[in-house]
Write a protein that binds this ligand. Structure first.
Ligand code: ZN
Length: 143
């Protein structure tokens, strides 16, 4: 594990009708956020999500074209190819409380969203392709 130190916390709303993942990335770029955790709640007009097939080592994608509550968005921000990269997972609920969830991808459209981003100072986290999972993950330190 790496030690990181909290520095700045950002809180605010995201614009109606904008793409959720793109909006989070834009905030990170404009505020110079390179290492952070992110959480959000709110609602979306539609959702686009991914599911990683561990056997095929590839994502499948699906769209839920309906209005949903954001019960929880959690994620992290680090650099990928030198740019802030938001990796977020989201749990959504319908009008009966049924939940859906997955890996957030472009195509999830904001109805309303309140975000908290906790930025850290620390070593530069880079994503590199890990052959055993097929994913661009953080380097491992097991002690
Ligand atoms: Zn993911």
């Amino acid at each position: 594990m790496y030690e990181v130190t909290p520095t700045h916390t950002f809180m605010g709303g995201l614009d109606h009708n904008c793409d959720l993942l793109e909006s989070l990335t834009t905030v990170c770029t404009s505020k110079g956020i390179k290492l952070a955790r992110v959480e959000a709640i709110g609602a979306v007009k539609k959702a686009a999500l991914g599911y990683y097939d561990q056997d095929k080592k590839e994502y499948s994608y699906f769209v839920i074209d309906r209005h949903l509550e954001i019960i929880s968005l959690v994620g992290n921000i680090s650099l990928k190819d030198g740019k802030p990269f938001v990796h977020a997972h989201i749990t959504l609920a319908d009008d009966q409380g049924n939940s859906y969830g997955g890996h957030l991808i472009p195509g999830t459209i904001i109805f309303a969203c309140e975000v908290i981003i906790q930025a850290f100072a620390g070593p530069e986290f880079k994503r590199e392709l890990e052959p055993i999972t097929g994913l661009p993950l953080w380097a491992k330190i097991n002690s």
